[in-house]
Write a protein that binds this ligand. Structure first.
Ligand SMILES: Cc1cc2nc3c(=O)[nH]c(=O)nc-3n(C[C@H](O)[C@H](O)[C@H](O)COP(=O)(O)OP(=O)(O)OC[C@H]3O[C@@H](n4cnc5c(N)ncnc54)[C@H](O)[C@@H]3O)c2cc1C
Length: 454
């Protein structure tokens, strides 16, 4: 373990240790670069003794907001991955990113339940549920956790399994980050050496190319056809839709640059022949700007969504939906599309399938009955959080009759709000566990469980 005094150079306004999310500064009093579980235990005990709040940081993708003071435990050095191909499990350290687990599992024809971006931290993603590339076939990442090791606020390192700590085993899988610092976990892997998938992108402006003809489809038409198509696909097919105005800058790929692009992203572990058959209705929607649907090794699964790999500033929120009708979906695109006051990326995940099925040993993942997840994300360059929130409130009002709650993993920068992350019953049980394990609110700055549901 190395202790580093947190000196913030005067000319770095973004702050210290920010990581992927650059929109919020982290200015702790002390940074602990933990290398082992024992380092974490020592740091938590020491902070508790001094009455200092504890924050945890792996990659910075999910930073809840600005952090001032207290002890920041960085887990980046805890990056071990051990795959057991016979048991089809991986033992991962707290600082491991999904990319490392994918690489270690692939030689055995196995894959973890990772999400769209290989740079995201595997542990925090899983504590928040974990909605992955193959989600409808295999369920949430949290459904595949076999055991965890966690340092609780009393400084005790606990091995958490269905037998040893049943309450914590329930809560840590989907309940968020407020119950302690997880130092490592054992996760199940699935057989997926390859898949059929990729994305198909349409010009959401209707294909206007300046010649006065309308030779494409509108975003609303793509959305209608996508919603109809989701009613027909098997559980083994996972998909999402995204809509955004690509900036008109040279860094953007030519067919997308400056256009309002609406894409459907697909992942399917069945045969390529069956995959081609299943996506035929998407290809029939209209002329595509780009079509990358193909057979691929699982190690290329990050190309399906092509999330930006570089650090930036963003705010994001989400609405978990029981179902979604075309009228409300189109109104959402109207509010967030090219005429919106700031650039907003809309993503719509098709849920259901295995996501609706509770694991044999139940966990705290909420809203199994949800049909869709609507995600909003806005870059914060030149835009203030208050304006973004005002727009998101308009979208939330449109979707309110169908809304079940919000998604913990897709709330970025709104650390003052924890309402809706869990249904009332789950929230009550989680709040009871927080009161029992962290009565002094040592981890009070972390996402996931509020004492009062606000
Ligand atoms: C580009 C991008 C793509 C994403 N894709 C997906 C996706 O496909 N599916 C999905 O479900 N989510 C996705 N997410 C959300 C992501 O899973 C969460 O933001 C997650 O919290 C990020 O974890 P991290 O370790 O990378 O980030 P960090 O910012 O380092 O951690 C986030 C928070 O988790 C807590 N935490 C971290 N480590 C620990 C620990 N060891 N013990 C206890 N608490 C801890 C801390 O409170 C910390 O503030 C994505 C996010 C981004 C930015």
């Amino acid at each position: 373990m190395s202790f580093a005094p947190a000196q913030v150079p005067a000319d770095v306004p973004a702050g210290f240790e920010t990581g992927f999310q650059t929109g919020f500064a982290i200015r702790p009093g002390l940074v602990v670069e933990a290398a082992h579980a024992d380092d974490v235990r020592t740091a938590v005990s020491d902070a508790a003794g001094r009455g200092l709040p504890v924050h945890v940081h792996a990659t910075g993708h999910g930073l809840p907001g600005a952090v001032e003071g207290g002890v920041l435990i960085s887990t980046r050095r805890m990056d071990s991955v051990q795959v057991d191909p016979v048991r089809r499990t991986a033992r991962i350290g707290a600082g491991v990113t999904w990319g490392r687990v994918i690489e270690a599992a692939a030689p055995h024809g196995l894959a973890p339940l990772n999400g769209s971006s290989p740079g995201v931290g595997a542990v925090s993603y899983t504590l928040g549920g974990g909605l992955g590339v193959l989600a409808r076939e295999f369920g949430y990442a949290a459904d595949h956790v076999r055991a965890l090791d966690v340092v609780t606020a009393d400084g005790v390192l606990r091995h958490v399994s269905p037998d040893s700590e049943p309450d914590l085993f329930w809560a840590l899988r989907g309940g968020g980050h407020r119950l302690g610092v997880v130092t490592g976990m054992e996760i199940g892997l699935v057989e997926a050496g390859r898949l059929y998938g990729g994305s198909i992108a349409f010009d959401g402006d209707g294909g206007h190319d300046g010649d006065g003809d309308r030779d494409g489809v509108t975003a609303a038409e793509v959305l209608h056809r996508y919603l109809e198509w989701t009613r027909t696909v098997p559980d083994a097919l996972t998909s999402s839709l995204s809509a955004l105005r690509f900036p008109d800058v040279p860094q953007m790929p030519e067919p997308m640059r400056g256009r309002y692009v609406i894409s459907v992203r697909v992942a399917y572990t069945g045969s390529a022949t069956e995959g081609e058959r299943l996506v035929a209705p998407l290809r029939a929607i209209g002329p595509a700007l780009a079509d990358s649907l193909r057979e691929m090794p699982y190690t290329d699964s990050h190309t399906i969504h092509s999330d930006p790999p570089f650090p930036h500033a963003y705010y994001g929120d989400s609405v978990v939906l029981g179902d979604l009708d075309a009228e409300r979906a189109v109104r959402t695109l109207e509010l967030t599309g090219p005429k919106a006051p700031m650039m907003t990326v809309v993503q719509l995940n098709h849920l259901g399938g295995a996501l609706a099925v509770r694991p044999a040993v139940d966990n705290a993942v909420p809203y199994r009955e949800a049909g869709f997840l609507l995600r909003l994300l806005s870059p914060l360059d030149g835009t203030d959080v208050a304006s973004v929130r005002a727009l998101y409130a308009e979208v939330a009002a449109v979707l309110a009759p169908l809304a079940l709650g919000r998604s913990l993993n897709f709330s970025f920068g709104g650390g003052d709000r924890t309402d809706g992350f869990h249904d009332a019953r789950t929230q009550k049980r989680l709040a009871g566990l927080v009161s029992r394990h962290d009565p002094a609110s040592l981890f009070g700055g972390s996402y996931g469980i509020s004492r009062d549901g606000r």
